[in-house]
Design a protein around this ligand. Sequence first.
Ligand code: GLP
Length: 267
Amino acid sequence: MRLLIFLLFFGTLTAEEPRLRIEIFDTPEELAEACASKIARLIQTKKNCVLGLATGNTPIPSYRALANKVAQTDLSEVVTFNLDEYIGLAPEDPRSFHSFMETHLFSSLLESPARPRGFKRSNLHIPEGKQKAEEYEAAIARLGPIDLQILGIGTNGHIGFAEPGSPFESKTSVVQLSENTRRDNQPAFGSDPVPEFAITMGISTILQAKEILLLATGSKKAEIIRQMLTQPISPWIPATAVRLHPNATLFLDREAASLLGSLHAKD
Ligand code: GLP
């Protein structure tokens, strides 16, 4: 079951703030199914579609469902841009976001003799390092705009790796990761240190997408989702910037939405 809500920030909604759509799903699996359907529909209807992709545990089930849905679809014209990557990890490092995308989405859908209409590797973009930040931004400008940007959210409100304090005008750049983010991401690194720096799309880069879909699942995200939706829009909670976008949707499962008691369903 899914419940559609338009966000009304009683007391904090400003006149110029567009309405944010919020869809709440009973389970993460239902959310993943809806997310995959939305992406698949776009790929199947929009010629040369440009997708903005996220890493993290949250989108994994959506990518699995998407791979099934588009197994027979021609993906040769689809262009993708990932949000971010650690600095200092080789693309082949299993902990890099390059490896993440390969494992969770690209590997089964890449062009091959058995799959001539798969993703063309040259159409898939993941940022790589300091010297590439401006080039990455230029590539998005050249091949974009991004039709649909998928986002997760960090427990401190980061989107991509745009950490608290990132100006809303920020473009793709190298950033220092917060202690909170490095702690959250420690499990993937075992006893090794989490890299201190990353390259990420900026808030302004993200907001240039034609449409944004932010995903959050699990009780661990409930508090930051509450803050994202009820606190004033500010760089200190980067995800509040999504509230400025004219075409943004949040997909939440019940647990991530569990602290949204003051929101009201409408329409
Ligand atoms: C990572 C990524 C973000 C992601 C976030 C949440 O650090 N850079 O793009 O949204 O953290 O990850 P998860 O979905 O695992 O909670």
